[in-house]
Design a protein around this ligand. Structure first.
Ligand code: PCD
Ligand SMILES: [Cu+]
Length: 794
């Protein structure tokens, strides 16, 4: 028997075997331009598809003439809604139990809707041929203003649906209406406001696309897709096409950002499949930037009327709100089934209330469908924005400091696990501690002094605070499913004979760095260096089933699966080590990377030795086979509740209304931190996103329903020019129910930052008596607010 030298898993700070600032394993390929994105893939004989889209928001289709397009020498097929009707594919299920037109048959219902699909030898020919299709539209009055969607004389958009006699989709409520009203009836102060979260778009760097490769010989469909949820997509395709799962392989290659945009199933994906079946060749479809902005999933679009009941000294007692949710022409939002308004009922925020009630009314309009969780765990962003804006309005009206009012109302550490008034159980939190850290990092008192001096000189400086709690990691499958698929995730861990490992995930990275962090989870649990752990994901033929990456659920759900699967492997390794050392398993002790005999540390086996031993000749105990592997499907007992304290400092140009974000302090708590460097990157990205939404991003429409945000000339996204150097910090309050104590972080900053920025802008405008301003705080809107005028419509 050999004696092992010192523990090989002893950790070096720069090359952690486990948690720590490990350089990203995926970056060598990304920084060299060697990522393999969908559009980099070229299959032999591949054809190209392009979509003809509706130029108008609402119209009856009188006729479609494809003769000329078909005559184009490079065109192989032109597919219309009528053709799809024959295949029973003209309509497809959405993720919200509605149907969505793949290609319009009867009517078009939003500008940019899919009308015909051309398959040609190259991309240019396909685009050229679109011009040769002649569509006769009979234009109808559109429903653009969501507030008028339910008027008795509003045109009915979804006349395709039997029994649909108006534009109403759903009413959904949470909390206790009567108890809330009772608190309001006896409250000293009631403060009301209408808060709008305008329509925005995830706008990832890479647009959506697919390559369908149907093999008529073995009947197998291989579908390369920009999807955040390959397994869920495969199941939906199997159901729609009536094919068994093993005849469908969904591959998500490298993805250039998802942000919720790549959760849904778009007509283009289905059309690529139909195109491949019709032509017998692989067909690629990739949308351009305008198609992405105009037709794929938008986010938000909530009009929130809210009331807060409080005491005169700023104790918040209850909140109630009625939301009108604009879902566009098809209800294609991706929410867990029981929650048509997502997790909006987290709108009670970080505060200990006596009662709360929300009602959300979803309606159809002649706009693009979607309602995706853009960097938001299903409407958490809207919820956080509402409460954090309202708390500031209450503070302003009661002449209280916005920091003080928050301190007064926080849920206290001893109240966790905390049952809020709308049905959530917050797992853990130490809000005051995190908040005070942010205040001290910002130098809050000093900032207020500086502001007072500046105000005396007519300068407009604003300080904005936001304290947010998210609910991420959907979810316990008992409560949460999408299209009937319970929200759990699988993981498989296998140690090869030489001690190298492979971990297979059901989730799919889009830039978050899973190839690094999931290797770190395995490394932490078993002591194999992360570079020796291969992370396999994004291929349904090679990974276990699970619901995918969105709603910051990979760490809370899949991360739990990986930790537990690795622990199983470690346990199995113990029995093998015992056999190798000829001792009883109970006599062994674990140190990272190694089992050794209690009391005699020189007698031990490293994971590499055990791995080889497992496949060797040593006699293994009953029930222990020779493979060092394990598989777990993790069904989390609860969601995780990350939180953070953000402080934003802005300067507003009194002459132009231009807002400059001068400083931004972000203190996040996501429990156990796997890779602090990646976490910082996630936070930086999300903060930039938040500044964009607060100051410049929105998808507007004119009265005819023309989309006004269809290019990056109109839909402004923030660059390094518009953002400050971020000042980040953290506290660590582990989740008590998560195997490694981790909570999600991917969306925190996008969720938490818009209210901080808007609160800062409104604070800067306080001398003008402004107490509320809707996003985006563009110069014209800020300037109008300074003049006491209604802000231009969004
Ligand atoms: N504690 C902790 C947590 C976490 N982490 C890390 O971090 C990240 C993240 O995570 P999470 O939170 O779990 O998340 P996820 O699931 O993974 O992811 C998702 C997210 O993510 C974010 N971020 C990002 N990034 C990038 N780069 N890209 C992208 O796209 C994106 N997106 C966004 C979004 S929007 Mo949704 O979809 O809307 O719902 S959702 C989302 C990863 O890597 C992990 O591992 C750590 O480290 N630690
Ligand atoms: Cu949302």
């Amino acid at each position: 028997m050999t004696v092992t030298e010192t523990n090989p898993a002893a950790t070096d700070e720069n090359r952690p075997i486990g948690f720590g600032r490990l350089q990203r394993k995926e970056d060598p390929r990304f920084v060299r331009g060697k990522g393999r994105y969908l559009d980099d893939i070229a299959l032999p004989g591949m054809l190209h598809g392009a979509i003809l889209r509706s130029p108008v928001a609402h119209a009856t289709i009188v006729s479609i003439d494809t003769t000329e397009a078909l005559a184009h020498p490079k065109v192989l097929a032109v597919i219309t809604g009528k053709d799809l009707e024959g295949l029973n594919l003209a309509w497809a299920p959405t993720l919200s139990y509605d149907v969505q037109a793949v290609l319009a048959t009867d009517k078009v219902r939003f500008q940019g809707q899919e009308v015909a699909f051309v398959v040609a030898e190259d991309r240019y020919a396909a685009r050229d041929a679109l011009e040769l299709i002649d569509v006769d539209y009979d234009v109808l009055e559109p429903v653009v203003d969501v507030r008028k969607a339910l008027d008795a004389d509003a045109p009915i958009i979804r006349d395709d649906k039997e029994g649909q006699t108006n534009n109403h989709i759903f009413d959904w409520e949470a909390g206790d209406s009567a108890a809330t009203d009772a608190v309001f009836d006896s409250a000293e102060v009631v403060i009301s406001e209408e808060v709008i979260y305008p329509r925005v778009h995830p706008a990832p760097m890479e647009t959506c696309g697919a390559i369908a490769d149907y093999d008529p010989i073995d009947g197998k469909l291989t579908l390369y897709e920009t999807t955040q949820a390959p397994h869920a997509h495969r199941t939906v395709f199997a159901l729609v096409a009536g094919l068994p799962e093993h005849k469908i392989r969904v591959i998500s290659p490298d993805i250039g950002g998802g942000f919720g945009n790549k959760v849904g199933i778009y007509p283009g994906y289905i059309l690529a499949v139909v195109g491949s079946i019709v032509t017998g060749k692989p067909v690629k479809w990739v949308e351009d930037r305008s198609e992405n902005l105009m037709s794929t999933s938008f986010a938000r679009d909530y009009i929130m009327k809210a009331d807060v009941a409080a005491t005169r000294d700023g104790r918040i007692l209850a909140v109630r709100t009625h939301v009108i949710a604009d879902h566009g022409a098809f209800n294609a939002s991706a929410n867990p089934t029981k929650y048509p308004a997502g997790f909006f009922h987290i709108f009670t925020g970080s505060y200990d209330l006596e009662a709360a009630y929300c009602k959300v009314t979803g309606v159809y309009t002649n706009k693009a469908p979607g309602g995706v969780a853009y960097a938001c765990s299903f409407r958490v962003t809207e919820a956080v924005y509402l409460i954090e804006r309202m708390v500031d309005i209450v503070a302003a009206k009661l002449e209280l400091d916005p920091a003080q009012i928050r301190l007064k109302n926080f849920i206290r550490p001893e109240q966790f696990p905390y049952a809020n008034k709308t049905g959530w159980e917050y797992d853990s939190g130490e809000y005051e501690k995190t908040f005070r850290l942010a205040l001290s990092r910002a130098g809050y008192e000093e900032l207020r002094r500086e502001q007072a001096e500046k105000r005396a000189n007519g300068e407009l400086m604003g300080i904005g605070i936001s304290f947010f709690t998210e609910t991420v990691g959907a979810g316990p499958r008992r409560h949460m499913d999408i299209l009937g698929l319970g929200m759990a995730d699988g993981a498989e861990v296998r140690i090869h004979p030489t001690g190298k490992a492979v971990v297979r995930l059901s989730v799919q990275t889009q830039g978050q760095g899973h190839e690094t962090t999931f290797a770190q989870i395995v490394a932490e649990e078993i002591g194999i260096p992360p570079e020796d752990i291969e992370v396999v994901h994004g291929d349904t033929d090679n990974t276990p089933f699970g619901l995918g990456t969105y709603g910051s659920r990979s760490t809370p759900v899949s991360g739990g699966a990986v930790a537990l699967a690795t622990r199983k492997v470690r346990e199995k390794a113990k029995h093998i080590a015992a056999a190798m050392l000829e001792v009883r398993p109970e006599d062994l002790e674990w140190e990272k990377g190694r089992w050794f005999v209690a009391g005699d540390p020189t007698q031990g086996k490293t994971m590499a030795e055990i791995a080889m031993g497992a496949h060797g000749t040593v006699e293994l105990p009953e029930g222990i086979d020779g493979n060092l592997d394990a598989e777990v499907t993790y069904n989390p007992p609860n969601l995780t509740f990350p939180y953070g304290a953000y402080i934003c400092v802005v300067d507003v140009d009194p002459g132009t209304g231009y807002v400059k974000v001068r400083r931004f302090i972000a203190v996040d708590d996501c429990g156990t931190r796997i890779n602090p460097m990646i976490i910082e990157g996630q936070v930086h990205g999300g903060l930039t996103d938040g500044v964009g939404m607060a100051l410049m991003e929105f998808i507007g429409f004119d009265e005819s329903g023309n989309c006004l945000g269809g290019s990056f000339m109109d839909y402004l996204i923030p660059t390094a020019m518009e953002v400050p150097d971020w000042e980040t910090d953290f506290t660590v309050t582990p989740s008590p129910h998560h195997p490694i104590g981790a909570k999600g972080i991917g969306e925190s900053a996008t969720v938490g930052s818009p209210p901080a920025v808007v609160n800062a802008v409104v604070d800067a405008l306080a001398p003008f008596g402004v107490t509320h301003l809707d996003m985006p705080c563009t110069p014209d809107r800020v300037w109008a607010a300074m003049q006491g005028r209604a802000t231009p419509p969004i």
